[in-house]
Ligand binder design. Structure first.
Ligand code: SAM
Length: 265
């Protein structure tokens, strides 16, 4: 049986490059196929961000990993963006991309796609430069701590949280998942927004040598956890993973997107 400690030990062999190859190239990231999962995720995020209701001073992404696709619509709405991860190897991968170092993952096709959704006719390189300039720091996080970002950012200090495939992928069971959700929710200002993406009915995923266990969530479990943590659900969408996108790198049956807003009382 997994514990928070055994999960932390398993993450020590997480390989960012292998994780990126498993999840962020075709068929899962096929921009010519509107049924592909990555375009679906980007559309969900773009729609919430186009509502005009999200924005402010500070946005924080919890468990950024080696990816930036989850920021591409939302970062535009904030003065400052902070990225976080539990592993130094992921924080370093992101810092290298922020510095524009050769050999890092090419997020260009993702950025072009989001520019197309936004329809402003902007050269995609400008968005990439803006994102790189908007990120102020990449810091450690542990969602299982009562203060996940330590002294850096305390309760009620964040306008909007983003988190993709983190909470269910680092928690041993539903109880720990809910507790971790409570820990990060305390960081949000009352009325603050949370854009969350996660796996449905997944039990494991691979990242190189690492095999990580995942809390298997249903749509109902996810919605209940958000409501119990003090959120009003503003939008909830689910995607069924088509057979063509099911590979041996995980056993996920689907993906959810939630736009949730922290109650003000
Ligand atoms: C499945 S990856 C998600 C990466 C990325 N956000 C994405 O959308 O693909 C899970 C991430 O959670 C991080 N993680 C592991 N343990 C954690 C913990 N205790 N607190 C916060 N993040 C953790 C891992 O390092 C990894 O980057």
């Amino acid at each position: 049986m997994s514990t928070i400690q055994t999960i932390a030990e398993n993450y020590q062999s997480f390989n960012p490059r292998a994780y990126l190859q498993n999840n962020y190239i075709p068929p899962r990231a096929d921009f010519d196929n509107p049924g592909s999962v990555v375009p679906w995720k980007l559309r969900c995020l773009a729609d919430a961000c186009a509502s005009g209701e999200i924005g402010g001073q500070l946005m924080v992404d919890i468990g950024t990993g080696p990816t930036v696709y989850q920021l591409l619509s939302a970062f535009e709405l904030f003065k400052e963006v902070v990225l976080t991860d539990y592993l130094e190897v992921n924080r370093e991968e992101i810092r290298k991309w922020l510095r524009g170092e050769a050999g890092t993952f090419d997020w260009g096709p993702y950025i072009k796609h989001v520019c197309n959704i936004e329809g402003k006719g902007e050269p995609w390189e400008e968005k990439q430069n803006r994102l790189r300039a908007r990120v102020s720091k990449v810091i450690p996080v542990d969602i299982h701590q009562p203060c996940p970002l330590g002294k850096e950012l305390g309760p009620g200090s964040i306008d909007t949280l983003v988190s993709s495939f983190c909470l269910e992928a680092c928690s041993p069971d539903y109880g720990a998942f809910k507790k971790a959700l409570g820990n990060i929710t305390r960081l949000l200002k009352p009325g603050g927004h949370f854009l969350m993406i996660g796996a449905l009915e997944e039990s494991f995923y691979l990242a190189g040598e690492a095999k990580l266990s995942v809390v298997s969530l249903t749509e109902e479990m996810t919605k209940k956890a958000l409501c119990d943590a003090g959120y009003k659900i503003r939008d909830f969408r689910a995607y069924v993973m088509p057979q063509s996108m099911r590979t041996d790198v995980d056993d996920t049956k689907g993906i959810f997107f939630a736009w949730a807003q922290k109650e003000t009382k």
